[in-house]
Design a protein around this ligand. Structure first.
Ligand SMILES: Nc1ncnc2c1ncn2[C@@H]1O[C@H](COP(=O)(O)OP(=O)(O)OP(=O)(O)O)[C@@H](O)[C@H]1O
Ligand SMILES: [Zn+2]
Length: 730
């Protein structure tokens, strides 16, 4: 009896058994249609076996197995399994989350290029003497393999079915493996690559010295130090060996630029770009090219970590500190952390690159678990780090968000025909609508948030749930017509700048202005062509960009996140300001940065002025250690939401009671359930329970056991809950 064990996209953490008389081990990793509670759904075959815990009479027959598409390779299945175990998320949902939609739906278009066979290292050590004289077919096959190195798909097809079966038998023994041949030798345009600086050369050679071994590198290079060039030259060397490279970037907005740089450098290499902006068929095509080894480079956002790449030899995670690498709903995985796992699994190097690494990664590098590579100076010899100065708003007031020194500096830049960037991390016109008489503030009905004024379309909008309503002409509470926008967003600053500099070409870049397709690329092109003098932008413009003529950066409302309750807020702000400051003076024009603040003496700004990431990180790590925060402890959060807050809290109390912490898990600390920082979201009340452990192992052992018990709790359908391992926000 042949039974297949299938991962299905259902919220139950186990595999499902089906009868499949025609299946064999070659079907592992293939998609299959199966009956599931009166419907047919798709799943992935995880294993093939002969027995099941389900009584024989109750087993159903599987439907069609998709043998057109190559099966998911074993390492990818291993990654899914790890991900399911580590994040305590149902295996079927993890697998299905990682696959292109069309593959899940059986609607693939690509024809399979059958893989070839070759001996593994174990296989190479097998000699004819190891095989009985009678086993003629086996002996022939081994001779054939050792003589030719490989058996191509065509030869395999021409062989007898018995020989083909033997190949699969050899595979089970670990003697042979299947692989998909890479296309002809990759071509690069070496002409366009600059001679690396001494620091770059050092980094490149150290990385290349350790290809083929699991080595996590932290490439900590200041802004403009040419980290990209390091990625490019290491990639060039690996492509020349017919290998594949995976590059992860935090945001879809960063993919086109990096993609352009890589395409230009490697015109003869197939580069697949995978990000959330693709349609289903584009995603599937890219995925299949990667899986068949045709794509030398895969570049994408976090989901790309699940791309099958048979010849994967390097993973690069650019801007590794970025929070977008962590998915914030459903399967809450960190693509950066999975990259480390995957690199270990494939025994290859992984480069985490950043000017301001996360404290977690920096700590790993300082304690020797990651290897640290540093680039201390800017790559272009004339370029230096910008000078940073604080403007004390207590002494020098701002009007419409802009202080006189900022206006002066902008004027100066305009006169010299240089670009400037006004950074304000808040879109809309103003973040608050306030009644002067009764202090009423417009708030969202569904969230604990204030409504943002979007003056152009005269709307109040919730940036959390998207709800909107017209700006009311009078205060709904007291009737006073004097309701006013309070505080500044990008639109308001743009309007003020237009008044101050009517002759300047001002370009606002935020999520509202890049909404329609193609707008983002058009804006970037305009900036690069020098068709904008003053850029007003949010964090969209803060990182990764290389605008050579940008001389001035002014940060307006940075203080907003200085005294946040979130223990990561400061780290995040420091990184963001270093990033945005780093946009200035990247080429031949010297850069300067002005920061408007009411707290110029704050240690964060003092460290920023010195642009000394290392000193800042070390001081902060000390604080984290004494306060008992990551990376010195390991966290998980159990979150619950319900229409009524007490229900959510009650559920968490029940869950806490299941933990029996003190007896079985002395290394685990459970905190009291509390309302979430943003208690109401999209009409639901949210609460959370923090779990802390001294080691990852302790945390995982506990969570595995606890999660099972919570799953077994009878929970009212009004309550939704999830576990977030290594949460970024509390
Ligand atoms: N060896 C080199 N010689 C000359 N120019 C170089 C060299 N390496 C990089 N550059 C140039 O230096 C500039 C900055 O490089 P890049 O954008 O890679 O910096 P980065 O380290 O990624 O910075 P950030 O962290 O700010 O994104 C680019 O214009 C790049 O072309
Ligand atoms: Zn809302």
């Amino acid at each position: 009896m042949v039974i297949i064990r299938v991962a299905l996209d259902v919220p139950i953490d186990r595999l499902f058994d089906y009868l499949a008389p025609d299946a064999d081990t070659a079907d592992i990793g293939r998609c299959v249609r199966v009956p599931f509670s009166s419907r047919q759904i798709s799943g992935i075959i995880i294993s093939v076996c002969e027995t099941s815990s389900v009584p024989e009479g109750k087993l159903k027959y599987a439907g069609q197995i998709d043998r057109q598409t190559p099966p998911l390779p074993q390492p990818l299945l291993g990654l899914f399994e790890f991900c399911s175990r580590y994040y305590h998320h149902p295996i079927g949902q993890v697998v299905m989350n990682g696959l292109p939609v069309l593959l899940r739906k059986f609607k693939h278009t690509g024809k399979e290029q059958p893989p070839s066979w070759r001996l593994t290292d174990t296989g190479k050590s097998i000699t004819l003497a190891d095989l009985p004289i009678r086993a003629k077919a086996k002996r022939q096959l081994i001779s054939l393999l050792s003589e030719h190195g490989i058996i191509t798909a065509e030869i395999c097809k021409a062989m007898s079915s018995h020989s083909r079966k033997l190949l699969h038998e050899f595979k089970d023994l670990g003697w042979v493996e299947q692989f998909t041949a890479l296309p002809e030798k990759a071509v690069f345009s070496t002409a366009s690559s600059p001679a690396p600086t001494a620091e770059q050369a050092q980094a490149i050679s150290e990385i290349l010295d350790r290809t083929g071994t699991f080595t996590p590198w932290l490439l900590n290079g200041i802004t403009g130090s040419g980290k990209t060039e390091v990625y490019l030259q290491v990639t060039a060397s690996l492509l020349a060996q017919q290998k594949q490279v995976l590059i992860l970037v935090p945001e879809i907005n960063l993919t086109p630029q990096l993609e352009a740089v890589f395409r230009k450098r490697f015109p003869g290499t197939t580069l697949v770009s995978l990000h959330s902006g693709l349609n289903n068929s584009e995603r599937l095509q890219g995925w299949l090219q990667a899986q068949r080894g045709k794509a030398g480079i895969v570049l994408g956002t976090r989901l790309a970590i699940f791309t099958p790449m048979p010849e994967l030899s390097l993973i690069i995670v650019d801007e590794e500190q970025d929070h977008s690498f962590k998915q914030q709903d459903g399967l809450r995985y960190s693509a950066r952390d999975l990259a480390i796992y995957r690199a270990r699994q494939a025994n290859i190097p992984v480069i985490l690159g950043s000017a301001t690494p996360s404290l977690e990664s920096y700590h790993q590098a300082r304690t020797g678990r990651y290897r640290l590579l540093q680039l201390h100076s800017r790559a272009i010899s004339q370029a230096a780090l910008p000078t940073i100065r604080c403007i004390d708003l207590r002494v020098i007031p701002a009007q419409e968000g802009l202080s006189e020194p900022v206006l002066d500096a902008l004027r100066h830049c305009l006169a010299r025909k240089q670009q400037s960037l006004v950074f304000i991390n808040r879109r809309g016109y103003s973040p608050v609508l306030l009644c002067k008489s009764c202090r009423w503030i417009a708030t969202c009905k569904r969230c604990s948030s204030r409504l943002v004024v979007h003056l152009r379309d005269r709307q109040l909008r919730c940036h959390y749930c998207g709800d909107q309503q017209p700006v009311s002409p009078a205060c709904p509470q007291c009737g006073d017509p004097d309701v006013l926008p309070f505080g500044h967003g990008t639109q308001r600053v743009e309007a003020a700048l237009i008044r101050h500099f009517p002759e300047a070409r001002i370009l606002r870049v935020d999520r509202d202005s890049i909404r329609h397709k193609g707008a983002w690329q058009q804006m970037l092109d305009r900036i690069h062509r020098g068709e904008a003098d003053i850029l007003v932008g949010t964090q969209l413009l803060a990182k990764g960009h290389d605008f050579p003529n940008l001389a001035l950066v002014c940060a307006l409302n940075a203080d907003a996140s200085l005294y946040s309750t979130d223990f990561r807020a400061e780290e995040h702000l420091f990184a963001q300001l270093i990033q945005v400051a780093g946009r200035a003076g990247r080429a031949n024009v010297p850069g300067s940065v002005l920061i408007q603040t009411e707290f110029p003496q704050h240690p964060l700004y003092q460290a920023l002025i010195r642009q000394d990431y290392a000193a800042y990180a070390q001081a902060h790590l000390k604080e984290r250690r004494s306060a008992g925060f990551p990376p010195f402890v390991y966290l998980a959060v159990l979150r619950a939401e319900a229409p009524v807050l007490t229900d959510a809290l009650e559920f968490l109390r029940q869950a806490a009671a299941l933990a029996a912490v003190t007896e079985n898990y002395p290394h685990i600390q459970l905190f009291d359930p509390v309302p979430a920082h943003m208690t109401r979201l999209k009409g639901l009340e949210r609460a959370q329970l923090l779990i802390q452990a001294r080691s990852r192992r302790h945390l995982q052992t506990f969570l595995g056991d606890w999660h099972q018990r919570i799953t077994a709790l009878p929970v009212h359908s009004r309550i939704r809950w999830h576990l977030d391992v290594d949460p970024l926000t509390l």
